[in-house]
Design a protein around this ligand. Structure first.
Ligand SMILES: Cc1cc2nc3c(=O)[nH]c(=O)nc-3n(C[C@H](O)[C@H](O)[C@H](O)COP(=O)(O)O)c2cc1C
Length: 462
């Protein structure tokens, strides 16, 4: 949190991506310079990782889903036509490849608490943290789609507060495995003494909870960070409460700096109540950029990008589809739409559009325009200063095309930000947590830290 008398604090920058064709800005994949169409080719990601690392981005942040959007029983062809998050490949697997072609950039994956057993997930993350030498982050999500839940044997998406209770137990199991199962110095690698690990320092965790029973010990030895850097993106009261206790970084999709400020202040106040320090959580706002050397050029590029907008894509992503799963025609009056997601849209439209009937198309354009900054690098830097003044610590840069959106941001905006002291010039050596917080491990005030030494009374010889 900068104060007016001190030198500016550099913002952090993550590249927000997904291992799919159409992630956020739907329709742009049809542009000639769009290489997200080649997302199944690992070279697309290797090439992007190298561009981002050369530009000193803090992390590559992969979103993910567990199923398709919309009603599970309805037609889902719109998602296939749009390439909208289906087909999509597993980001966690991809991080293994990216870890070996990079040295500094953080690698964040999204994993839903119902998509894998916490014992297996904790092992995968520890393995990746070893491979990457401590650069892994986990975006903890609880699921958004009925179809995703059905893919894992449930009839529908679990009820909201129950999803967060589930997440509470899930992270608890992983903290026990990452933080408590292996003491420091447990690996001795003593060739002469013929002892690889010290049995007195490796413990079973005997977790018994509502959903999981995990004996342990954790199979991997401690990785450089032990627990990966923890991201979370919920904005509801339960979401903020979960974040205030567990997250080290929160991903915001706030519509403007004022809303971001309120959300940041609320989450930080909750964190303090939970015994943590306000600066233990960093806030990243999602923003996309249209950059021109002049305002005219920026406006021209905006027009070009808008020509490729798929209204169907934005509407399908927002679940503005009829009961059969078909996207409403854009000129449909919003009042004629029947969907359980309509209420929020109607409220927004009645406040924003007062001179005519709000249409379904207005919602698609709202999604396209929200969190979008159009201008010269200097104008963009001015706006980022305003976001920083609202309390954000970093930006998740949302792309239009891969790798062009990131390349342009690196070439045009980052130099201006560096001149203003608002972007880092070099990486801090070490793990991702070291780079972001100046420490390799969770701080003592984090709930995961309470498991350090907690199982010491459980030696291997039981
Ligand atoms: C900016 C942003 C990015 C998100 N990315 C993902 C994602 O990649 N995968 C996912 O399953 N959920 C994602 N979510 C959904 C959240 O994890 C959460 O389920 C959703 O915001 C509803 O939670 P809430 O009711 O606490 O606000 C994202 C949410 C936001 C705001």
């Amino acid at each position: 949190m900068p104060d007016s008398n001190s030198a500016p604090t550099p913002l952090h920058f993550n590249a927000f991506v997904m291992n799919t064709n159409s992630h956020i800005h739907h329709g742009q994949w049809r542009r000639e310079d769009a290489h997200q169409t080649e997302f199944t080719d690992v070279d697309t990601w290797v090439n992007l990782a190298k561009i981002l690392e050369a530009a000193k981005f803090d992390a590559m942040f992969f979103a993910d889903v567990s199923g398709h959007y919309g009603d599970s029983d309805a037609d889902y062809s719109v998602y296939l036509n749009e390439g909208l998050q289906i087909p999509s490949n597993d980001p966690t697997v991809l991080l293994g490849a990216l870890a070996v072609v990079t040295e500094n950039i953080g690698l964040a994956t999204t994993s839903n608490v119902f998509q894998s057993h916490p014992f297996q997930f904790a092992r995968q993350i520890s393995t990746l943290d070893h491979i990457s030498k401590g650069r892994i982050a986990w975006n903890i999500v609880t699921g958004m789609q009925d179809n995703g839940s059905r893919n894992y044997g449930m009839p529908r998406l679990t009820e909201h507060s129950e999803r967060y209770r589930w997440a509470d137990e899930y992270v608890d199991v992983t903290y026990k495995l990452w933080e408590g199962s292996w003491d420091e110095g447990a690996v001795i690698n003593d060739r002469a003494g013929s002892r690889y690990s010290d049995p007195a320092k490796v413990h079973k965790i005997y977790h018994q909870g509502e959903r999981y029973s995990v004996e342990g010990p954790h199979l991997p030895s401690p990785s450089p960070q032990r627990t990966p850097v923890l991201f979370q993106a919920g904005s509801s009261v339960s979401g903020r409460d979960f974040a205030s206790r567990n997250a080290e970084a929160v991903f915001l999709g706030a519509p403007n700096p004022e809303v971001a400020k309120a959300q940041i202040e609320d989450t930080r106040a909750r964190a303090v109540e939970a015994g943590r320090a306000p600066e233990d959580i960093k806030f990243f706002q999602g923003l996309s950029f249209i950059i021109g050397d002049t305002e005219e050029e920026a406006q021209r590029k905006l027009k070009e990008a808008e020509e490729f907008v798929s209204l169907d894509g934005y509407l399908a992503h927002a679940a503005l589809v009829d009961p059969d799963g078909r996207v409403y025609p854009p000129e449909t009056p919003l009042k004629d739409v029947q969907t359980n997601t309509r209420r929020g849209f109607t409220e927004w439209a009645s406040k924003t559009i007062t001179d005519r009937e709000p249409l379904v198309a207005d919602i698609a354009w709202r999604s396209n325009r929200s969190n979008r900054i159009v201008g010269t690098p200097e104008q963009i830097a001015d706006q980022l200063e305003a976001w920083q003044a609202a309390g954000i610590d970093g930006v998740n840069v949302v792309n239009w095309v891969i790798p062009g959106s990131f390349q342009e941001f690196a070439e045009k905006v980052l130099p201006v930000l560096r001149d203003r002291g608002l972007a880092q010039r070099e990486y801090t050596p070490g793990t991702l947590r070291q780079k972001l917080f100046g420490r390799d491990r969770l701080p003592a005030t984090h709930p995961g830290a309470r498991y350090r030494g907690a199982f010491a009374q459980v030696p291997a010889t039981v």
